[in-house]
Write a protein that binds this ligand. Structure first.
Ligand SMILES: *Cc1c(COP(=O)(O)O)cnc(C)c1O
Length: 236
């Protein structure tokens, strides 16, 4: 695994996908998903110029973020329990995974206590898979005005996870659907919702072609993740 080669490879493929879609390469930001990887690995990526990182779990991220250079940006991409909203607001510059009104209210309240506004994305379950977090599109359209009224939240756009598939082209309709959901919410709001967080290591090129502005790439940059089970043999 060579971090520099991987980063360059992913960046080149993003640029090529932008060219195919007639988009500016600056319109896509790469979120390097560092979950399960150490602060030292993040620092190595930072030295190569990567400044935006994604984490899934609050507990893991808190420690890592505290041990990393202060100039980096951190996005929370994993499911958030509302009792952890305080730390999420404290440690992250954006939350991609706002998936219920209750959670949105909790983040709003914590942001108010910390005297800030927080950029967020609303997670949408476009595939309808039962195992996925996120709003069903219909429920989102119904609740969008109420979400928008939460004063400390800045809704920048939407996030989705496509179902896992070995054929990245199968993810494309889900990305397209998220873009359509976004367009409908823009109609409701009467203002732009520019960010679309979609695409992971296996399908970020299709996502960029369909309009992704944030792609979340983990294994494609850092290699395979170490599973908790393997880190702690026999420890359950
Ligand atoms: C882990 C994760 C990713 C990165 O997945 P890779 O396949 O390793 O690129 C992206 N998005 C979310 C929400 C994740 O949990």
């Amino acid at each position: 695994m060579d971090l520099a080669d991987n980063l360059e490879f992913v960046q080149e493929r993003i640029v090529a996908a932008c060219e195919r879609a007639d988009r500016s390469p600056e319109s896509v930001k790469l979120v390097a998903v560092s979950k399960t990887h150490s602060a030292d690995t993040v620092k190595a990526a930072a030295e190569l110029g990567q400044t935006l990182f994604g984490e899934s779990k609050i507990q893991e991220a808190k420690l890592k973020i505290s041990n990393c250079p202060k100039n980096l940006s951190w996005h929370l991409i994993g499911h958030l329990q509302s009792n952890k909203a305080r730390d999420a607001v404290r440690f992250f510059q954006m939350i991609h995974s706002v998936d219920s009104f209750h959670l949105a209210e909790e983040i709003n309240q914590q942001a108010e206590k910390q005297s800030k506004s927080l950029p967020i994305l609303i997670q949408v379950n476009v595939s309808g898979e039962a195992s996925k977090f996120g709003y069903e599109p219909k429920a989102l359209f119904e609740e969008f005005d109420a979400l928008n009224e939460l004063e400390r939240l800045e809704i920048h756009g939407f996030m989705t996870m496509a179902p896992w598939t070995p054929e990245p082209e199968k993810a494309r309709p889900h990305f397209r659907r998220l873009r359509e959901v976004r367009d409908e919410c823009e109609q409701i709001l009467g203002a732009p919702l520019p960010e679309l967080s979609m695409g992971m290591s296996g399908d970020y090129e299709q996502a960029v072609e369909e309009g992704a502005t944030l792609v979340r790439v983990g294994t494609g940059i850092f290699g395979a993740r170490v599973r908790a089970k393997d880190q702690n043999p026999g420890g359950g």
